[in-house]
Design a protein around this ligand. Structure first.
Ligand code: NAP
Length: 338
């Protein structure tokens, strides 16, 4: 007879765009887990989501985290609230999946790391979902198998159709390029040495105060050079590209599968419009593996250390954007827990 595990009971803080996406995903696709409670500073939104999925609404994130019914937490509220909720989860000794960024300052990331070190185990996973995307995983396997020899250069493009209403130049890096920052150090197995940001002529589609596009240049400790084009008002769709140039060849991230149409003298295929479509498989694997790791008792996904490194690197990029020149990236020694 096969043993049927009881679903892990999850609480979600923040029920906006991605919070609702994760609630839907867990309800429809992840059999080993169920969301039982939610909290959101927008109570009307929480009520609407609760009604749709038959969930309990808690008055605030803290009471949701403290509830004895809730076994694990997803933090999908706005960025500045992440660190406080993550620390409350560690205090309650509950696994927590925190959407990126882990925190808005390196200091807050270090406080989280220090909480985990005091506890002596990892409870935090950060939502760097590209590590779960099948294309990125193929790139990683090919690099680890040394298919192209040592990587020398990486060329990336990260384009969004239009920026959100509150989008700022800083967010091009802290909220968008942060995915490349994490994925590339994971792919290359090393940290960054320095950052620089080059500012091309602004697009007429960018808002009045928005510097868009931006080109982020990173150098790794071994001297691999990375360029990331960040262009959040590209108009035509959501487009993520990554080419790694090695000593013996190149590797390119595959485009999502799409049917080709030949019609009226044109050959064409659709380009996806939103990140939620492009990385739908990655989110699925991310949650499937997170739930499996909670069950096994060992969190295996991106850690608080990864959240810290990405925050320090993003801060260095933003400093480089503001002051010009090359900004060195300095990290604390990596604790053995990570
Ligand atoms: P959103 O649509 O604005 O939703 C955030 C929700 O959290 C809103 O309902 C907001 O209420 C609520 N909230 C804000 N502060 C709160 C607090 N202190 N406690 C409880 N609820 C609070 O934002 P989103 O696009 O879903 O993004 C949420 C988080 O996910 C962000 O940190 C973002 O960086 C991250 N994200 C990650 C990815 C990815 O690809 N991994 C993609 C998108 C977003 P109000 O509207 O009243 O403020």
């Amino acid at each position: 007879m096969t043993r049927v595990d009881t679903p892990i009971k999850i609480g979600v803080v923040g029920t906006g765009a991605i919070g609702q996406d994760h609630i839907k995903r867990i309800a429809e696709q992840i059999p080993g887990a169920c969301v039982i409670g939610i909290a959101d500073s927008d109570l009307a939104r929480a009520d609407m989501v609760a009604k749709k999925y038959q969930l309990e609404v808690f008055p605030d994130g803290e009471s949701l985290i403290a509830s004895p019914e809730v076994e694990a937490i997803i933090v999908a509220s706005w960025d500045p609230s992440h660190a406080g909720y993550v620390r409350a989860c560690i205090k309650s000794q509950k696994p927590v999946f925190c959407e990126k960024p882990l925190a808005t300052s390196a200091e807050d990331c270090l406080a989280i790391i220090s909480d985990e070190l005091a506890l002596g185990r990892k409870l935090v996973q950060v939502g760097f979902m590209r590590r779960y995307d099948p294309g990125y995983r193929e790139l990683k396997a090919a690099l680890d198998a040394e298919m192209i020899g040592s990587p020398l250069m990486v060329h990336c493009r990260h384009r969004n159709r239009v920026p959100g209403p509150q989008h700022t130049s800083e967010m091009n890096i802290k909220n968008s390029v942060i995915h490349e920052i994490d994925a590339l150090r994971w792919l290359l197995n090393e940290e960054y040495r320095s950052a620089q940001v080059i500012l091309p002529r602004r697009s007429r589609h960018a808002g009045q105060d928005l510097q868009d596009p931006q080109i982020v240049l990173l150098e790794t400790e071994s001297g691999t050079r990375i360029d990331v084009e960040s262009f959040v008002s590209c108009q035509y769709g959501y487009d993520v590209q990554c080419e790694i140039v090695g000593e013996d060849g190149t590797l390119s991230l595959p485009d999502p599968a799409a049917i080709m149409t030949r019609k009226s003298g044109l050959r064409s295929f659709a380009i996806q419009q939103e990140w939620s479509e492009r990385f739908v498989q990655a989110y699925f694997y991310e949650f499937q593996e997170w739930i499996a790791s909670i069950r096994s008792g060992e969190i295996l996904g991106p850690t608080a250390w990864d959240g810290y490194v990405s925050c320090v690197t993003a801060d260095a990029c933003n400093l480089a954007r503001q002051q010009g020149g090359i900004v060195p990236i300095t990290l604390i020694d990596r604790p053995s827990l990570y």
